[in-house]
Design a binder for this molecule. Structure first.
Ligand code: ATR
Length: 277
C-alpha cells in the first residue's frame, strides 16, 4: 500500500525544546526504515484545543502530551483509556481514521516495563513499595504498581495532604508516611521509587536519609538528569539493584511508537546510546 502522506507525531507542551522524545522516535524510525517524523510542538494553554483539532488534518497520527497539558488532554479526547482515567492524565494522543481522538497514558507502563527489563525478577508483589513524592509522576507510578500486584505502597510526600489525597483515590493499599519519617520505611521496602524532582540538575538535593537501604532492594529514580543521581549512587553503594530514570522514558514511548508507526520498537543499549549521544 502506498501512502500519500508522511505520518507525523510530536510532543505537545510549553517547554519541549529539550525533550528527548523527538530524538528517540526519529532514531526508531531510522532504525526500522519507516516513513515518518516526530517534532517538538510548542503549544500554550489557550491554543491546545485548536491544535488537537487541527493536527489530524495535516498528517499527524498522534502526539505525546507533556507539561502542562497532561490533565487537559483528557478533557479534549473523544475516548480515554481506563489507565489514563485512573491516573487522571494522558501522555499520548492517537488520532483515529474516523477523526476521533483517543487519549492514553503509557507512563505507568513505561515505569514497570523499565523495572522488569533492568531488574530481572522484579515484581510489585515482592514486598512493600516505598514511593517518594505525590505529584503527577507519582500517580502514574502508584496506579501501575497496584495494577502490577503491589500489596502495600508506603507513600511519603513533603506536602502530606497530597499523599493523603492519593490514598483516598487509590485505596487501602496506600499507607501515608510523614516526610520526616521517609527514611524509616526504606528498611521494609522491596522497591524504592523517587518520583520527586529532588536530585535533578538545577533542583534541590535529595536529602532523605538512606542508611535504611538494604542489599537487594530495587531502587529507581524517575530523575534522569543526571543519570546516576545521588540516590542511585548511594543505593549502589548499599548493594541495592538500581534502575535509572531513562528506562521509563524509553519504555513509555514503545506503545506510542507502535500505535503510530506500526512497529513495536526495541529498548536496548543501542537505543540508550542514541538518546544519550
Ligand atoms: P511531577 O509531575 O514530575 O510529579 P509535580 O506534580 O510538580 O511534578 O510533583 C513534584 C514532586 O516533587 C512533589 O511530590 C513535590 O512535593 P510537594 O508535593 O510537597 O510539592 C516534590 N518536591 C519538589 N521539590 C521538593 C523539595 N524541595 N522537597 C521535597 N519534595 C519536593
Amino acid at each position: 500500500m502506498s501512502m500519500d502522506y508522511i505520518p507525523l507525531a510530536g510532543v505537545i507542551g510549553t517547554s519541549v525544546v529539550h525533550s528527548k522524545s523527538p530524538r528517540l522516535h526519529r532514531y526508531w524510525l531510522r532504525r526500522y526504515g519507516l516513513r515518518g517524523d516526530y517534532v517538538p510542538l510548542h503549544v500554550t494553554d489557550a491554543n491546545l484545543a485548536q491544535v488537537v483539532k487541527t493536527l489530524p488534518k495535516m498528517g499527524f497520527v498522534g502526539a505525546n502530551v507533556t507539561i502542562p497539558h497532561k490533565v487537559a488532554a483528557i478533557e479534549l479526547a473523544d475516548q480515554v483509556s481506563d489507565r489514563a482515567i485512573l491516573i487522571g492524565a494522558a501522555n499520548t494522543l492517537i488520532f483515529r481514521d474516523d477523526g476521533s481522538v483517543y487519549a492514553d497514558n503509557t507512563d505507568g507502563y513505561g515505569f514497570t516495563a523499565s523495572l522488569r527489563q533492568s531488574a530481572p525478577g522484579w515484581q510489585a508483589s515482592n514486598g512493600p513499595c516505598a514511593v517518594l513524592g505525590a505529584g503527577g509522576a507519582a500517580r502514574a507510578v502508584i496506579s501501575s504498581l497496584i495494577e502490577a500486584g503491589a500489596t502495600e505502597v508506603l507513600l511519603s510526600n513533603r506536602t502530606r495532604p497530597k499523599a493523603e489525597a492519593l490514598k483516598t483515590e487509590f485505596g487501602s493499599k496506600v499507607r501515608v508516611v510523614d516526610w520526616v519519617q521517609a527514611g524509616n520505611v526504606l528498611e521494609d521496602a522491596a522497591t524504592v521509587i523517587n518520583t520527586t524532582s529532588l536530585g535533578m540538575t538545577g533542583a534541590a538535593e535529595f536529602r532523605v536519609p538512606l542508611d535504611g537501604l538494604r542489599r537487594g532492594t530495587v531502587v529507581t529514580d524517575l530523575v534522569y538528569t543526571p543519570l546516576r543521581t545521588t540516590l542511585l549512587q548511594q543505593a549502589d553503594a548499599a548493594g541495592c539493584i538500581t534502575v535509572d530514570g531513562l528506562g521509563m522514558l524509553l519504555h513509555q514511548a514503545v506503545p506510542c511508537f507502535e500505535r503510530w508507526f506500526g512497529k513495536r520498537p526495541d529498548v536496548d543499549d543501542e537505543t540508550r546510546a542514541a538518546i544519550l549521544g
